[in-house]
Every structure is written in structure tokens, then in C-alpha cells.
Design a protein. Structure first.
Length: 35
């Protein structure tokens, strides 16, 4: 694999992980406000 492909894969994994953490935090905050 070329270096560009590795960089794109690593970047995509980081973005998807950050997005999942962000949505989980938002759901937790909404649940905390409702309860």
C-alpha cells in the first residue's frame, strides 16, 4: 500500500471514532436532561 492510502485509512478511523464518541456523548447528555 502507498503512504497516501495508509494516511487516508488512519484519518477515516479517527474521524469515525470521534463521531461515534460525539454522538454517544450527545445521547448521554440528552438522557441526563430528560431524567
Amino acid at each position: 500500500m502507498s503512504l497516501e492510502v495508509i494516511v487516508v485509512i488512519v484519518f477515516w478511523v479517527l474521524v469515525s471514532t470521534f463521531y461515534q464518541w460525539l454522538s454517544f456523548s450527545a445521547c448521554a447528555a440528552i438522557t441526563r436532561q430528560l431524567v
